[in-house]
Ligand binder design. Structure first.
Ligand SMILES: Cc1cc2nc3c(=O)[nH]c(=O)nc-3n(C[C@H](O)[C@H](O)[C@H](O)COP(=O)(O)O)c2cc1C
Length: 366
């Protein structure tokens, strides 16, 4: 039985930089496959964010939004690479603000996950390491291309500021471009952009510095892998080193995740979370990072029950908890908690919501 105190911990306000987050619940970035043809926000996406805001999500993070035309990695993905994309986000920010939710845009580049099209025939990565099972060999980026991607991220952040959103989250997780720079498994460079932790992290540091100049005062967070799940990839100790660098550079918050496609089993979206022990599967990684940094830490992955989420905050594993799949099935989950219904999220973590026709829970309701 949930006690009032357990929910109280999760309903406490917190600040990310100067952004007031009204509680500890975050909607983790979730691609919807619902952007308009030109990459702008569609009515359907707007509806999803509005519903989350009216159901008390403290911070909503958009689906990954590509920062350059060829940084796209999925069909019907929203972008932030052109000024025509500003007004859709402006409307989202205005809408969710009415319900006192904060809104961050997740900014991303696909890297080795880049969609190969006629206009974008070649994916790019720190080193030419192909995705498992793919014939497409990503091009090792030149220093000029790295500089230009840094600029793309900074310009995207500037657009986010023009859209008057509360912040951006730089996507450095799950094997996309910046994640593959951070990881020694995919970054095999021996120049200024690879080698030791500092050099692998440098691209993110440069993005942060350049973005701060173009968008002073905007909250700039990251989502990063604390465990890649492959031999020679990022592990907890390496993640702590990366997090320390980003924290010393003034990052606004760190969301802790994990997993790349090369891992032998699914890590990012672990399946079958059917017991409390399986919840919050990056909790030890999150705690190690939280102990090493000053900025707020957001824990994602398998947050399902109020008892466990509350424990994550009160026992010092994280400052906020993020959810993705449970909110696809139950966008009103937090409202239910607040009305006294303390049942664990009914999401069975099957990953059936990865639906290219538009995200939805494809499990029949009770
Ligand atoms: C349909 C779907 C789309 C996702 N899209 C993104 C995304 O755009 N960016 C991102 O960082 N993570 C994305 N994720 C991962 C989630 O943010 C989250 O890290 C993961 O699902 C684990 O949390 P959960 O157990 O609460 O679902 C996606 C997950 C799902 C299920």
């Amino acid at each position: 039985m949930m006690s009032i105190r357990e929910l109280d911990v999760l309903l406490e306000e917190i600040e990310i930089d100067n952004v007031r987050i009204r509680n500890r619940f975050v909607r983790s970035a979730t691609h919807e496959w619902l952007a308009a043809e030109d990459g702008t926000i569609s009515h359907e996406i707007m509806g999803i964010y509005e519903r989350l805001a009216e159901n008390h999500i403290g911070l909503i993070i958009s689906g990954y939004s590509h920062v350059t035309k060829c940084g796209k990695s999925s069909r019907a993905q929203q972008g932030i690479w052109d000024d025509i994309m500003i007004s859709g986000y402006y409307q989202v920010a205005e809408t969710v603000r009415r319900f006192e939710s904060a809104f961050f845009i997740q900014i991303a580049h696909g890297g080795r996950h880049g969609l190969i099209t006629e206009d974008c025939p070649q994916s790019m990565a720190p080193s030419s390491v192909p995705l498992p099972g793919s014939n497409a060999m990503p091009k090792e980026m030149s220093s000029g291309e790295i500089d230009s991607v840094i600029d793309d991220f900074a310009r995207a952040t500037e657009r986010a500021a023009k859209a008057k959103v509360d912040g951006v989250q730089i996507h450095c997780a799950h094997g996309y471009l910046l994640s593959s720079f951070l990881s020694p498994y995919t970054n095999r460079r021996e120049d200024d952009w690879g080698g030791d932790t500092e050099r692998r992290t440098r691209i993110v540091v440069e993005i942060l510095r350049r973005s701060r100049k173009l968008a002073p005062g905007l909250a700039i967070a990251v989502k990063m892998n604390a465990w890649d799940g492959v031999e020679g990839g990022i592990d907890k100790r390496e993640a702590v080193r990366i997090a320390r660098i980003l924290d010393s550079e003034g990052i606004s918050a760190i969301e802790v995740s994990g997993g790349i496609e090369d891992a032998p089993h699914e890590i990012t979206c672990t399946e079958d979370i059917d017991s409390e022990d399986k919840e919050a599967y990056f909790r030890e990684h999150s705690r190690a990072i939280k102990e090493a940094v000053d900025c707020p830490v957001i824990l994602v992955g398998g947050n399902r029950s109020i008892v466990n989420m509350s424990r994550m905050i009160s026992e010092g594993y994280a400052d906020l908890v993020a959810l993705s799949r449970p909110l696809i099935r139950e966008p009103d989950l937090i409202s239910k908690f607040m009305s006294g219904d303390a049942r664990t999220a009914s999401c069975i973590s099957c990953n059936g919501c990865f639906d290219e026709t538009g995200i939805k829970c494809n499990i029949k309701r009770d």
